[in-house]
Design a protein around this ligand. Structure first.
Ligand code: 4AD
Ligand code: MG
Length: 465
């Protein structure tokens, strides 16, 4: 007999004479004539109640069905006598597949998120993490749906790369050289020409530069894959390995880029509300009371936009004493980003036109700025509770201006020869952005730490599992 998932059994339109379920025991309660076993299989938040009659030949097995044990149940689906559920299962046959003794760490009581991180191999079996990872899966699907519906082409950009896309230098080195005895050049430096790829290679920080190659051929493309940053940030919003979605559009400017970013964020929220309603309700009950109201509010209101220069004026006019000083030319820090979205605009806000000196080399130089206030067509989408979830820009399509930008950032043109070629042959205005998938999940679930929305968090000092 085919297995039925709990999520399907719970919404059955009729009683069933025969049903087969498999899953794990959440709780068991023994009464005189029956045992009640809550079976959860991860297909949805809820479990289904299984009633095992003491007269059943298999009844002896029930005593081994402790919390965490895996079980298989054949029985009947009948209307539930109890409250809060429509259906329950009366067992005909009850089998314990794998026992779990009293050392099973997820006994039914509240655990701290910190403790659950230490048992990341078991935490998906908890209500919270089951919900988080179901939403994660659904939103990954929605990402593809959003772009595929718009005829964007999905491009797989490389994970191992020789180029530094953000020019920031926070990259993990990839090497097969013997670290104890690396080959050296005459001047004593490590000789990377003898390394696996014949040059220095790294884990990618972004698929953008390669996505630009494909955008200038297929027009609208996107990437969705893991990216890596070796920055030593110990915050609740930074991971060393995270997933990023990067659309790239040819014949596109910053305005259209910002519009797509806003539409994308709203689409994902709407999708989660529609397809993960029970899980979101759980988050709003146990993680963040304001979650559902906030998501509705975000969907209803148009996002705000403000230039970097206006943002600086707002921050100065606020009269706050900032931990990091605010002056034109400085990067916005988390406290500033959160003030703008949480307190000033009280909604998501896209800040655009940042100082050229603090942004990446590839961003398009705006015309008409005073030389000491040179800006680029960059944008960051900031949301309440998190700050930046999207960073993007219009790209510099003018060869000479791009070369000037590279010189400004001390980049070697030789390693970017192919990137420059895109400007030599059929160059077009183009733009794109990157959405941090985990930050989006934090926003949609209300879960406050990035370590709790990725199955196995990679952060400085941590790479268990
Ligand atoms: O702003 P970032 O660095 O932009 C880029 O990488 C561009 N190449 C994107 C593009 O234009 N195609 O990163 C984009 C987003 C951030 O807004 C943030 O949401 C997320 O990626 N992000 C991180 N998420 C988790 N941990 C980190 N260490 C992150 N660094 C960036
Ligand atoms: Mg950024």
């Amino acid at each position: 007999m085919n297995r039925t998932l709990v999520k399907d059994a719970l919404v059955s339109t009729q009683a069933l004479d025969a049903i087969f379920l498999q899953g794990w025991v959440r709780t068991r309660r023994d009464a005189k004539a029956f045992s009640f076993v809550e079976l959860n299989d991860g297909s949805c938040l809820k479990g289904i109640q299984v009633i095992v009659d003491a007269t059943l030949p298999d009844y002896a097995a029930v005593s081994r069905a402790s919390t965490g044990a895996s079980i298989a149940v054949h029985g009947k689906l009948v209307p539930s006598q109890g409250q809060g559920q429509k259906w329950e299962v009366v067992a005909d046959k009850f089998e314990v597949l794998g026992e779990a003794d009293a050392t099973y760490p997820l006994q039914k009581k509240g655990h701290t998120l910190e403790f659950l991180r230490e048992i990341a191999h078991l935490r998906p079996r908890s209500n919270l993490f089951g919900a988080v990872f179901r939403v994660r899966s659904r939103l990954a699907y929605a990402v593809h749906q959003f772009f595929q519906e718009k005829s964007f082409c999905y491009v797989h950009t490389p994970i191992i790369t020789a180029s530094d896309a953000e020019g920031a230098g926070d990259m993990f080195r990839v090497t097969t050289l013997d670290l104890a005895q690396p080959p050296k050049t005459e001047d004593g430096a490590i000789d990377s020409t003898q390394d696996f790829f014949g040059k220095k290679t790294f884990l990618t920080v972004s698929g953008q530069l390669e996505a630009e190659i494909f955008a200038t051929a297929l027009s609208n493309v996107y990437t969705f894959g893991p990216t890596f940053r070796a920055e030593n940030s110990h915050t609740s919003r930074h991971a060393s390995e995270f997933w990023m979605i990067e659309p790239e559009m040819a014949f596109c400017d910053l305005q259209a880029d910002m519009a797509l970013a806003e539409e994308f964020v709203k689409y994902l929220i709407r999708d989660a509300k529609q397809h993960c309603a029970a899980d979101l309700e759980f988050f709003s009950k146990f993680v963040d009371k304001d979650l559902l109201a906030r998501l509705d509010f975000v969907l209803e209101r148009p996002f705000q936009r403000c230039s970097y220069t206006e943002a600086i004026e707002i921050l100065i006019a606020s009269g706050r004493s900032w931990e990091h000083p605010v002056a034109w030319g400085d990067n916005l820090q988390s406290e500033h980003e959160r003030f703008l979205s949480e307190e000033h605009f009280k909604c998501p806000v896209t800040v655009y036109n940042y100082p050229r000196a603090i942004k990446a080399f590839y961003m398009r130089k705006n015309d008409g700025d005073a030389p000491e206030r040179q800006t680029v067509a960059a944008m960051d989408l900031l949301v309440p509770g998190i700050g930046e979830i999207i960073g993007g820009s219009q790209r510099e399509e003018r060869l000479e201006v791009l070369r000037e930008g590279m010189a400004l950032h001390h980049l070697d043109e030789k390693s970017y020869w192919w990137y420059l070629d895109l400007r030599r042959y059929g160059t077009v205005p183009h733009a794109g952005f990157g959405l941090g998938f985990e930050r989006m999940l934090m926003f949609v679930t209300g879960v406050a730490n990035i370590r709790d929305v990725i199955p196995f968090a990679r952060t400085p000092g941590t790479a268990e599992f």
